[in-house]
Design a protein around this ligand. Structure first.
Ligand SMILES: *C1O[C@H](CO)[C@@H](O)[C@H](O)[C@H]1NC(C)=O
Ligand SMILES: *[C@@H]1O[C@H](CO)[C@@H](O)[C@H](O)[C@H]1NC(C)=O
Ligand SMILES: *[C@@H]1O[C@H](CO)[C@@H](O)[C@H](O)[C@H]1NC(C)=O
Ligand SMILES: *[C@@H]1O[C@H](CO)[C@@H](O)[C@H](O)[C@H]1NC(C)=O
Ligand SMILES: *[C@@H]1O[C@H](CO)[C@@H](O)[C@H](O)[C@H]1NC(C)=O
Ligand SMILES: *[C@@H]1O[C@H](CO)[C@@H](O)[C@H](O)[C@H]1NC(C)=O
Ligand SMILES: CC(=O)N[C@H]1CO[C@H](CO)[C@@H](O)[C@@H]1O
Length: 688
């Protein structure tokens, strides 16, 4: 499509003037138009435009990642420095010049307003929406979904032909300016707090279902392991996975937690340590790194204390203490600048660690806090000889992320680029883990305009599975959740996590129902619509798809290159997609304190920090014998699934059908399984 077609249309809308002397091409179009009511962004609102420049050598990224992460590679563990990674993939000078010239020649942007990120991958301009619309031949809308999430975006945009070749995509505003403040719209992975909401009624008691009796097999167990089927504690988790008491405190192995909006309260985590992790001094604190103005902790009664951060800290600190934990608290608090009314939760974080936020003090948008920028030795070997990285934070070796959203909310090009950033972190030896979601094969209730969070097509209403992002990125380790049933002990096999929260509340005498569809919690899993299985996963996925299991009766589709045929032929899942999760860990019956009130929590939010703690403990043991971190673990795990406990029972239904079934080997419910710590340790210690 040519620019001129749109020009007429846009002139009417914006009254802006274009230079139409060059023909423009459609650069990107949203695959699935967002169906919600939309509202035009105010012309004077500042839209942060981020232009992702085409990088060099990206086609070599996968092989390079395997070179340092595949156990059969002779370069296993020889990770690259950040400088080497930046130099390797930096866009060509011609790319930078072409795009910059186009911006300046528009007359809408001054030279000093174009920021070039330190990693060379981005140009950034914060400009009024009307100017951005004029430049890109588009219209920006705010989109509000039924559950109140606000998105800003456009359906399509245009670039001049000669510029288009140099641009991956343009990020048209993941932040809203002050006049456009709306309620925060990220989605978090904690239980919506069924028992927490009604938790005032169960203070400080061990919850158990009425009629729950000590399972016969639990009678000979130590008291702290007797009721793990109804109350998971750090002792239970250590027993389940054979995790020893932690002993190391090595600065290079501090474990990272990504948090946004939700903020921990020291009083809550102290209560947890006092009750369930007495080896941890109750005043133990995480390090807090403020990214774009995020601050922590908050008072227990703050509305920001929704439980997510508390839980992440409870689990990681109690499993790895005396090792320290670092919280990356991303984005401003609600009333400080308006920046929390955003989406694109992972971007600000990735930007902050990959060197993007250079000179980010212009345009009234918050810059990086002085004093916490990473400083680097200047004697590093490798290609990049640029100035000190500015506006970047040192990233911990392991990062656990308990947040996510529907993959289809984000355009394919955007997601691919972000996934490549995650690949680059793997090249540097980081392990990035993400909770795989809590609504089975659906996304969050309300996502994509569907009550259950499922997808629709012309012929199907809310029955198509809705895969999660960033779990769909093949370079991340997606962690599903498992559970014990009340009569189980820690020596029984776990099942996929599935729970009816309303039924649980009724059974435990907690008042207040968790309305449908929020009452149904099941570990998230399925197949991405944007990514195919990486070679190291392909055999595992192919084997699952051959199994004689109930899911075989589900109709499916095979996604096309622009992901525009979701639901084709009545299919409900993409049979040629990347399968997730990769692994799993317990995510049920955690009794903890939020707002100083006892409540029971469920979800993959619990599983990701547990798995991250295991990786941290393994890195520590390797550090102690002079070896480096294990980095991107998926290739090694798919090659050696025996280091995990295979979970074979349970499923992840939703969207009106049965979902997928767990089975022997990898499955899109519990992945390869839960940690078998002694086996994982022995195996990873044996690698170079
Ligand atoms: C919000 O603003 C109020 C008053 O300006 C201030 O007292 C409060 O600390 C702020 N809250 C946050 C979370 O920044
Ligand atoms: C925290 O608990 C106090 C006391 O019960 C209550 O007044 C307050 O509303 C609670 N805060 C939140 C955010 O629920
Ligand atoms: C889809 O199903 C929902 C819930 O049952 C209903 O409210 C809606 O009207 C249906 N939409 C269409 C297009 O049939
Ligand atoms: C647990 O086992 C006992 C017998 O050992 C049985 O009576 C009870 O129904 C079981 N409970 C559940 C929830 O399965
Ligand atoms: C959960 O349990 C409640 C109470 O028993 C029931 O009304 C509701 O239908 C159940 N929800 C699901 C999704 O099964
Ligand atoms: C297997 O999972 C189902 C729920 O899908 C559960 O009812 C059953 O108790 C589990 N069986 C075992 C042996 O854990
Ligand atoms: C979390 C947050 O920032 N919420 C604000 C978003 O903007 C609306 C409208 O200005 C405010 O009312 C919210 O408090």
């Amino acid at each position: 499509m040519l620019w001129q077609h749109t020009l007429v249309h846009l002139s009417v809308l914006t009254g802006a003037a274009f230079s139409a002397s060059l023909s423009h091409v459609l650069h990107e179009k949203r695959d699935v138009p967002l169906p919600h009511s939309r509202q035009r962004v105010h012309g004077d609102a500042i839209v942060p435009v981020r232009i992702g420049l085409k990088q060099s050598n990206l086609h070599t990224g996968y092989d390079r990642l395997m070179d340092v992460s595949h156990p059969a590679s002779e370069n296993y563990g020889k990770h690259l420095t950040k400088e080497e990674v930046n130099a390797l993939f930096a866009p060509a000078d011609e790319t930078v010049q072409t795009v910059k010239s186009w911006l300046l020649s528009s007359g809408l942007v001054g030279d000093d307003e174009v920021l070039h990120y330190e990693n060379k991958g981005w140009l950034a301009i914060d400009m009024p929406a009307k100017h951005a619309e004029s430049l890109l031949g588009t219209t920006f809308y705010e989109l509000e979904s039924p559950n109140g999430e606000i998105r800003i975006g456009c359906d399509e945009y245009y670039l001049p032909v000669h510029v288009s070749n140099h641009v991956d995509y343009v990020k048209p505003g993941v932040k809203l300016s002050a006049p456009l403040k709306k309620r925060q719209s990220f989605e978090k992975r904690s239980s919506p707090g069924p028992a927490a909401r009604g938790g005032h009624h169960v203070p400080h008691v061990q919850p158990h279902s009425p009629g729950w009796t000590l399972p016969p097999a639990a009678q000979g167990l130590p008291p702290d392991l007797q009721n793990c089927g109804v109350n998971i504690t750090p002792s239970c988790i250590k027993a389940l996975y054979d995790i020893p008491d932690a002993i190391f405190s090595q600065p290079e192995n501090a474990m990272g937690l990504f948090e946004t909006y939700d903020t921990f309260a020291q009083e809550d985590i102290s209560l947890f340590f006092e009750h369930y992790a007495t080896n941890v001094p109750s005043d133990t604190k995480p390090n807090v790194i403020s990214v774009d103005g995020g601050t922590a902790p908050v008072a227990p009664s703050s509305e920001l204390n929704g439980g997510e951060s508390d839980i992440d800290l409870d689990l990681s600190i109690s499993l790895i203490y005396p090792q320290s934990v670092t919280v990356y608290q991303v984005d401003d608090l609600p009333n400080s600048s308006g920046e929390t009314n955003t989406t694109g939760f992972l971007n600000t974080f990735l930007d902050s660690i990959d060197g993007s936020y250079c000179s980010y003090s212009a345009f009234g948008i918050t810059g990086d806090s002085p004093g916490i920028d990473a400083s680097y030795p200047d004697d590093l070997s490798g290609g990049y000889k640029g100035q000190l990285e500015c506006g970047t934070y040192e990233l911990t070796r392991v990062v656990s992320i308990s947040y996510g959203e529907a993959e289809t909310y984000l355009p394919k090009a955007y997601v691919e680029r972000q996934c490549n950033e995650i690949l680059k972190l793997g090249l540097q030896g980081h392990t990035i883990l993400v909770a795989s979601g809590d609504y089975g094969v659906a996304s969050f209730p309300g996502s994509n305009g569907d009550e259950e969070g499922c997808l629709s097509s012309d012929t199907q209403n809310g029955t198509i599975y809705n895969p999660d992002y960033p779990s769909g990125c093949p370079y991340i380790t997606a962690v599903g959740a498992t559970r014990l049933y009340p009569n189980d002990t820690v020596y029984d096999a776990e099942s996929a996590m599935q729970v009816n929260l309303t039924a649980f509340n009724i059974a435990t005498g907690v008042t207040g129902s968790v309305g449908t569809p929020y009452d149904f919690f099941a570990t998230g899993g399925g197949f991405s619509n944007y990514f195919t299985p990486a070679p190291f996963q392909a055999a595992a996925v192919a084997e699952y798809l051959q199994k004689d299991l109930p899911f075989q009766s589900l109709p499916y589709y095979e996604i096309n290159s622009d992901a525009s045929n979701i639901g084709e032929n009545g299919g409900v899942y993409n049979r040629i997609g990347r399968g997730y999760p990769d692994v799993s860990a317990n995510g049920a019956y955690l009794l903890t304190f939020v707002n100083e009130t006892a409540g029971t929590y469920f979800g993959t939010s619990l599983a990701s920090p547990i798995f991250g703690s295991v990786v941290t403990l393994i890195n520590e043991e390797r550090t102690a014998i002079g070896k480096g971190p294990i980095g991107f673990i998926n290739p090694a795990l798919y090659e050696n699934p025996w280091v995990l406990n295979d979970i074979t029972n349970g499923s992840n239904p939703n969207c009106g059908s049965q979902g997928f079934q767990a089975s022997t080997g990898w499955d899109p419910v519990t992945g390869l399984g839960t940690p078998n710590y002694p086996r994982m340790l022995a195996y990873f210690l044996s690698l170079p």
